[in-house]
Design a binder for this molecule. Sequence first.
Ligand SMILES: Nc1nc2c(ncn2[C@@H]2O[C@H](COP(=O)(O)OP(=O)(O)OP(=O)(O)O)[C@@H](O)[C@H]2O)c(=O)[nH]1
Ligand SMILES: [Mg+2]
Ligand SMILES: [Zn+2]
Length: 323
Amino acid sequence: MRSGGPSATVGRVLRIAGGIYHVDDATTVVQASLRGRLKRTDSRIVSVGDLVELERVGDEMRIVRLRARGGALSRHGVSKRREQVIVANVDQVAVVVSVTAPDPDFLMVDRLLALAALSDIDAFLVVNKMDLADLTGPAEHASNLASPGAALGESATGDGLEQYAALGVETLRTSVESRAGLKALAGRLAGRITVLSGQSGVGKSSLLNALVPELDLRVGEISERRGRGRHTTVASALYRYPAGGYVADTPGLQYLALWGLDPAELADGFVEIAATGERCRFADCRHRVEPDCAVRTAVEAGTIERRRLESYLRLLDEAEKGR
Ligand SMILES: Nc1nc2c(ncn2[C@@H]2O[C@H](COP(=O)(O)OP(=O)(O)OP(=O)(O)O)[C@@H](O)[C@H]2O)c(=O)[nH]1
Ligand SMILES: [Mg+2]
Ligand SMILES: [Zn+2]
């Protein structure tokens, strides 16, 4: 029988190690290899997150076909030219920060939001460690913690994070300690493929353990940091989410340089810069030194956060260098 026939098993690639593909076929996780012909032609494009068709050959399971793919997170930013998929079929990116310990790295948040936007993948912000926030009147904040739109207390650490809600980025506030906001986050993950990303130590593994205790991920150790350069090895794995969907604790995504990205497209990763940029004198304005730049004018006027322009300019330098 030909592959793809009625008896073909379809599964989701959860992880790839040493040439073995761990595939969730909805009943169990099977180990499979790639069929020879796929190996020669397509092996580099079978990625974590892909849907594949499996066939039994004797005692072995073989991947015989790759199903069409939705949104993918790729190395080399969003360049189609040198695309190397990290996780395929991603529905959303959860950008995790903590109010403090460590303080938010805004460039990293902006990088991840831009990467998601340029990859046409939804993104939302998770502000963790709310138990450490310097809130006034702890009692009245218990409910605020769990509500996505709640404002941070004036004296809260993590200052500046409220700008993202103003940009239309959904913001969830959580604490693994007090369990505040965990239900809302659980609901947000169910039925979708979610990649959690963010600085080391913000609590990504802790959040996943709190939601899916059987994962038992290692916590509190600084995960190995493999540098930011182009030689970074980015290995990732998906975990089945009990309420449906998958989650990935993807190391290194936050260091992805937007290599190879067309610099002219970068502003599309910054919603407010793209919108205001329509009013610049030059249609191809990069908002750096050009005269009559509406974006820089807006920064001076305080309607665009200076920090966002700074992030954009940093990523613009990277994109230009990578070409
Ligand atoms: N107070 C407080 N501490 C937390 C919270 N969440 C996580 N932590 C602590 O923060 C530290 C780092 O947590 P991890 O879950 O390992 O962080 P991570 O984001 O997975 O870090 P990497 O794997 O290095 O990227 C651990 O000591 C956790 O116990 C929280 O909500 N409140
Ligand atoms: Mg971790
Ligand atoms: Zn401009």
